[in-house]
Design a protein around this ligand. Sequence first.
Ligand SMILES: Nc1ncnc2c1ncn2[C@@H]1O[C@H](COP(=O)(O)OP(=O)(O)OP(=O)(O)O)[C@@H](O)[C@H]1O
Ligand SMILES: [Mg+2]
Length: 263
Amino acid sequence: MEAATPTPNATQGAQQSFARVVNQKQEIRKKLSGIKHRIGVYSAKGGVGKTTVAVNLAFTLRQMGYKVGLLDADIDCPNITLFLGLNEVTDAVYPLVPKEKDGVKVLSTAMFLDDQKKPIIWRGPLIGKMIAEFFENAEWGELDYLILDLAPGTSDAPLSIMQLLDMDGFVLVTTPQHIAAVNAIRSGRMAKRMGVAVLGVVENMSNGTGGGAAEVGEALGCEVLGSIRMNKKLDELSDRGLVAVLTDADIKSEFEIIAGKLV
Ligand SMILES: Nc1ncnc2c1ncn2[C@@H]1O[C@H](COP(=O)(O)OP(=O)(O)OP(=O)(O)O)[C@@H](O)[C@H]1O
Ligand SMILES: [Mg+2]
């Protein structure tokens, strides 16, 4: 009988991938040295308003006079360009130059798609590779804040961000529902385990009681940064590719409270 092929040395393999992550991390650190703060907007639960919060937070910070970048870290289901009405297709050539929208620098995989409705069907390792490439090859220049819109879940894309980037921390998003709060708590615990700070929690689609954010704040020992009311206008503006804080004074004041606490 033929001898079995020797299996690769598992320890060696693990050491190599660890070294690769460390190298990538150093490269990315160098590349992002002009960015003062990196803040992710995150929840493991889908549809709670991560993109809504990330977009409006970025433009609120810009209105406060900061230099701001907005990165769509939802690699396979990118939504930022839809929220911003950025329809122009760009060639994917390095270095990747973020597009400017009302003074905010924006980068998303969606910019390189000729058809927004085309699915990106990638397994985890490719998503991680794309995130690393985004950071290694993007020309952000000098920024005060880079806001990252994370994908839901507790694997692949969020995990790569936590591993590869020196984050200042995450803003968690919940809704008033207990289920959303549980998922935000799960997200916060993952971040802490990965050595990333939880900067606070925002209650989106709020009914005014603040129960969801309070539950998360208590469980994680983090600050409640503010709440955004359930607001049809916010939904309609976003759906038309318009940034709500640039046109609606009430929504703007809700985001100013959150941004004020963050800075
Ligand atoms: N405060 C709000 N009031 C009304 N509608 C809202 C509010 N916040 C978000 N929405 C709407 O809810 C939907 C989901 O929001 P959004 O895409 O920001 O969630 P998400 O957490 O980023 O989702 P995903 O997990 O798919 O990335 C969108 O249609 C958005 O316009
Ligand atoms: Mg989203």
